[in-house]
Design a protein around this ligand. Structure first.
Ligand code: GLY
Ligand code: MN
Ligand code: MN
Length: 431
């Protein structure tokens, strides 16, 4: 059994007060229709702390004297008949053996056992507000615990989300290795897709192509619903309809990344469907590329998360002035936020078990400084819809370039640079 999960539980215990408890609920099976279930995806915090991949499970950590952590899992009970239909269950014994839990019980026993486990604790940490049923259960368990001893002190509720989230911000060695693999699979898929695409194909055909390239390399699921946007569809930031034909002369924006062992990758490339950028497309593309390259350079422990944002805003503002799309001085237009008409999202986000990963962006009232082991996306874009008040030649162009960047002690490492973003290299690959 890999000890990474025990180490993570120990680390969480070391930053929490003694005589407290943490309750992390796993995910439940979700249904698409009637009794036809979606493939199971474990809750991210639960996975991070347990590595246990069965639905309807709960992890309880008791933080004892000297911050020693006792871990107790509630898991689906062994059931031969259910295992015939739905597959293997570890049961409490298997869960303890394979996952280093100190104790494990059937999940049917949780309401009977939790009040006794929480009794006498000062605080219960859990993800407040994430699930109405967990909110209700925690309150009920506390009420029952209190009712057993009227003289006991109160048990406070505290939010576990940012405690676990900020621990997840700094990736450990195992996580970095897993994420490098996820990034490599997705990068290879983008390379294959650039070579494959032709006018007359459809967005959904390209979606299936990416899915196949991910799966054949071991990333069965996408980390998020891919955005496969031909032409002006790229200007709809969360376009997931992915159903239209791909036209000769248009660009294709693909924001697609696989999940590998529950870790996300997140890559966007924008490339010409016929293999050649038009001069107007290239002019916009060069601005986005410069913004992306310079923003990546700003990802270092010297800087905070807002520094790269400002770099990208200023380069895009200047680029749009140079093309006559914005008029005025760069400083004035930047201060007025004029770029937001064309670049309306942020430069990036944390990446990890969730594609928009857990973890704060502020620390002690200031933007968080980058620290080694953090992984962030860098993804500037310019989107000019046909309703924009600009010269006709720019209308319908939407471009984003997105890479996944690991912060290191001396700067950063681009985990997705296998897939070209230089327009000459893209054209050469597509020729
Ligand atoms: N794929 C989602 C994002 O780039 O934020
Ligand atoms: Mn992203
Ligand atoms: Mn993305």
């Amino acid at each position: 059994m890999n000890s990474r999960y025990t180490e993570r539980r120990g680390k969480l215990g070391s930053i929490l007060p003694e005589n407290t408890a943490v309750v992390i609920a796993g995910a439940s099976t979700q249904y698409r229709n009637a009794d036809s279930s979606h493939a199971f995806r474990q809750d991210s915090n639960f996975w991070y702390l347990s590595g246990f991949n069965e639905p309807e499970s709960t992890l309880v950590l008791l933080i004892n004297e000297n911050n020693a952590v006792q871990s107790i899992a509630f898991v689906p009970e062994k059931d031969e008949l259910k295992e015939i239909w739905d597959g293997y269950r570890a049961g409490p014994e298997g869960a303890m053996k394979d996952h280093n839990f100190d104790l494990a019980y059937n999940n049917t026993e949780i309401n009977d056992r939790l009040p006794d486990l929480l009794a006498g604790r000062n605080q219960v940490f859990y993800p407040v507000g994430k699930s109405q049923s967990l909110d209700a259960n925690v309150i009920e368990w506390i009420k029952t615990a209190k009712s057993k001893d009227r003289h006991s002190s109160t048990i406070d509720i505290a939010d576990a989300s940012s405690k676990v989230g900020n621990q997840r911000l700094i990736k450990d060695t195992d996580e970095i290795e897993t994420m490098k693999k996820a990034c490599m699979i997705s990068a290879e898929a983008h390379v294959e897709a650039m070579k494959f695409v032709q006018p007359g194909m459809t967005e959904q055909e390209m979606e299936a192509f990416y899915q196949y390239q991910f799966a054949k390399r071991g990333g069965r699921f996408s980390a998020y619903t891919p955005i496969i946007a031909g032409g002006e569809n790229a200007c709809v930031l969360h376009y997931i309809e992915n159903s239209k034909p791909l036209k000769d002369g248009d660009l294709l924006l693909v924001d697609a990344g696989c999940e590998f062992e529950l870790y996300a990758s997140d890559i966007t490339r924008t490339y010409p469907i016929n293999g050649k950028f038009s001069s107007a497309q290239l002019a916009i593309y060069e601005i986005v590329l410069e913004a992306q390259v310079k923003s990546i350079e700003a990802i270092s422990t010297k800087n905070n998360v807002m520094d790269a944002q400002i770099v990208s805003e200023k380069i895009i503002t200047q680029g749009l002035i140079d093309l006559g799309i914005l008029n005025g001085s760069m400083e004035d237009l930047h201060a007025a936020g004029a770029f937001k008409a064309f670049y309306m999202h942020k430069i990036g986000h944390w990446l990890g078990i969730d594609v928009h990963d857990a973890g704060d962006y502020m620390e002690d009232g200031e933007f968080m400084k980058f620290k080694p082991g953090m992984i962030t996306t860098v993804e500037p874009g310019i989107y000019i819809s046909s309703s924009a008040d600009v010269d006709e030649k720019w209308k319908g162009i939407g471009i984003r370039i997105e890479d996944d960047i690991l912060v290191t002690a001396n700067g950063n490492e681009n985990l997705t640079d296998l897939v070209p973003s230089d327009p000459k290299e893209i054209e050469a690959l597509m020729a």
